[in-house]
Design a protein. Structure first.
Lengths: 279, 397
């Protein structure tokens, strides 16, 4: 049972501006049928002002409410004003959304952004995107791009992978991209610190980071082959681990250790790390 | 607004007779059944009698084969861990892709602990692949664990046949059946079906939440999950939950009496709901086809629309059902059961489970059939897939 606000309930019960505009000046899309929600938004734009907006949504109550209120928010506004609307504005207008449903507001934002991008006159939109990286799919299950994750972090101050999943769905299915999402979060906050050099990890942070990498990136891969790994100890640059399940006693375990475990830890934590197997 | 409760696979209402039977054991007969004085006699006998009722309900050979637990999950955890602990030399388990999460998540944990687990698939109707099951059993197989019927689709698995297959391949392999979704819906006969362990949960057949039972046949040894006192012959410590155990037994008695009604009248109403929906709504689809099912359940997909929104609109009219859609549960992926069946993604997100009970009336079913087409039409109008919908309508029309 979701605790939807009165406003959300009103909008899914009586959605406003449903349908399509036949000769729309801009059309934007987000989501897909396979992913479980999708949205199409149609805009009529005259003299730089959004004169009409309609939507079609396949999705849950909060997805319909987000689309519906979004159309109300943009009709009568200038394109410049509409450009400034974020997913947070949509959620706020609805009187808030449950954390797990924030991705519905992001879908609204995404479709709107897509519509504006498709609107020929919006040349200056490129500036808006310059600071971001080029289009790259991070979550292949839900087709979530790096740009979208970047925007969600920026607009909502997201700090954890779980929050990013709630807002964008990325990482919500197979979970393979969680490491990548963490990297995007790290990169974003490093930039926030005005590109100050990241402070060296404290010993406790270092242990946490190594453990985190083992659990989120290394262990799932080994488990796929029926094995697993446990962190035993950390001694300076030496990381002592124990291979379990099928990995223990496997002829290739040395290869696994060096080519995969060690290289992953070197890449993500410290290039001086040596991984040593203990019995 | 009247409540129309069609979510009886999630939980059921406590039968008035059950509540009435329980009350004295809260108010007057509150003694600990293990106590020595005369005052404890009634509560002690109540638990003893309840054990007899459950023995009969499952057609076990002896009362000693029944232990009381707190729920279906505890029954399953006790059975599975208990069997594995007694057979430490065997490291292989077979189960299905469509088990209830309480069992499935336990197997994923056991995999991390070093067990090898094979997950048997189902066909598009939700029926188990018996050839794959037979193939998977080997000398190392400690346990085969199959639900009696699936909670989302109601599809019944051929338990007797599966037992024969297991025993023909490895006589030492134990067979656990999660019967939570069949108790009170179809007869259970653990001896005839060749079951070693079987779990049930009270709240699925009009007993309260917080009580279940586990059958363990006399040839099967388990270690306890909850260690402590001597209760339940050392297989489950903790002071007996006397009023709830009494309630469970009363519910089992009532269920045994109404089995015939379930299999005729409840089935008739379920079929009426099902055919009514399929006939009147062009973008509906029966997810199980013609598979053999428990009499109270149907799972219907609505194409190009999303399940949570259907449930919200139904809820506005007092109608309760449930959905396999991702959005309802807060998980981002749709039901693992419907995915295992390869339900097309056009309808998997819009799949609704309807589960009736003996308290469901014809009037309620008629009301659902009256209002549902309007709700579906309203939601379908919101869908961005109007072209696909128009094609579908043409095809079906």
């Amino acid at each position: 049972m979701w605790d939807y606000s009165e406003k959300v309930m009103d909008h899914y019960r009586n959605p406003r501006n449903v349908g399509k505009i036949d000769n729309a000046d801009a059309i934007g899309e987000a989501g897909s049928l396979a992913c479980g929600d999708s949205l199409k938004i149609y805009l009529k734009i005259k003299d730089g002002i959004v004169t009409d907006a309609k939507f079609q949504t396949f999705g849950c109550g909060s997805a319909v409410a987000s689309s519906s209120i979004l159309t109300e928010m943009i009709i009568g506004k200038t394109v410049e004003e509409v450009k400034k609307i974020t997913n947070k504005d949509i959620a706020d207008q609805l009187g808030g959304l449950p954390p797990e449903k924030m991705h519905c507001s992001v879908m609204g934002y995404e479709a709107l952004e897509d519509a504006l991008k498709n609107f020929d006159d919006m040349t200056d939109l490129d500036d808006l995107r310059n600071e971001k990286k080029e289009e790259k799919i991070v979550c292949t299950c839900f087709n979530v791009t790096e740009n979208l994750i970047w925007d969600a972090i920026k607009q909502n101050g997201l700090k954890t992978v779980e929050e990013v999943t709630n807002y964008t769905k990325a990482g919500g299915a197979c979970g393979k991209c969680k490491g990548l999402i963490q990297d995007i979060i790290d990169t974003y906050y490093k930039k926030e610190e005005n590109k100050k050099d990241a402070p060296a990890l404290s010993p406790a942070q270092r242990i946490l980071k190594i453990n985190n990498v083992i659990e989120s990136q290394i262990s799932p891969e080994l488990r796929k082959d029926g094995g697993d790994i446990t962190l035993v100890d950390i001694d300076g640059n030496k990381v002592l681990v124990k291979l379990r399940g099928k990995c223990s006693g496997c002829k290739n375990s040395h290869l696994t250790l060096k080519a995969f475990v060690e290289s992953t830890l070197r890449e993500t934590v410290d290039k001086n790390i040596d991984v040593i197997e203990v019995a | 607004m009247n409540l129309i409760y069609l979510d009886n696979n999630a939980t059921t209402k406590v039968a008035p007779e059950v509540l009435e039977a329980m009350m004295p054991y809260f108010k007057e007969e509150y003694a600990n059944p293990s106590s020595i004085y005369e005052f404890a006699k009634k509560s002690n006998h109540a638990v003893r009698d309840a054990r007899g009722v459950i023995k009969d309900f499952l057609n076990a050979e002896s009362e000693k084969e029944i232990i009381f637990t707190s729920c279906g999950s505890e029954s399953a955890n006790t059975a599975i861990r208990g069997v594995l602990n007694m057979n430490k030399n065997k490291r292989h388990i077979i189960t299905t892709k469509v088990e209830h999460p309480c069992v499935l998540n336990l197997y994923q944990t056991l995999e991390k602990e070093g067990y090898k687990v094979d997950y048997i698939g189902v066909n598009a109707n939700g029926e188990l692949d018996l050839a794959q099951l037979e193939e998977a059993i080997n000398y190392d197989t400690a346990l085969v664990s199959v639900m009696y019927a699936n909670n989302e689709t109601g599809v019944i698995f051929p338990i007797e046949k599966i037992s024969e297959i297991i025993k023909s391949k490895n006589k030492e392999t134990k067979f656990f059946v999660d019967a939570v979704q069949v108790a009170g819906k179809i007869p259970i006969d653990v001896q005839a079906a060749g079951i070693d362990l079987l779990g049930i949960s009270g709240h699925k057949f009009h007993a309260p939440k917080g009580v279940g039972a586990l059958y363990i046949n006399s040839k099967t040894l388990i270690t306890p999950l909850i260690i402590g006192g001597h209760q339940e012959r050392g297989k489950r410590a903790g002071t007996e939950n006397v009023p709830y155990i009494v309630g469970l037994a009363k519910a089992a008695e009532l269920a045994a009496d109404s089995l015939n009604y379930e299999m005729t009248e409840v089935k008739r109403l379920r079929d009426k709901l099902e055919t009514g929906i399929i006939k009147s709504i062009f973008n509906s689809r029966l997810n199980t086809g013609v598979a053999n099912r428990v009499p109270n359940t149907t799972n219907i997909g609505f194409e190009y629309i999303e399940g949570e929104l259907i449930l919200l609109h139904l809820s506005d009219l007092g109608i309760c059902a449930s959905s396999g859609s991702a959005c309802t549960s807060g998980s981002l992926e749709p039901s693992h059961v419907l995915r295992a069946m390869n339900v097309p993604f056009t309808s998997i997100h819009g799949s609704i489970r309807w589960s009736l009970s003996k308290y469901t009336t014809e009037k309620e079913i008629d009301y659902v059939l009256e209002v549902l087409p309007g709700i579906i039409e309203k939601i379908t109008k919101l869908s961005p897939y109007q072209e696909e919908l128009a094609n579908l309508k043409r095809l079906k029309g």
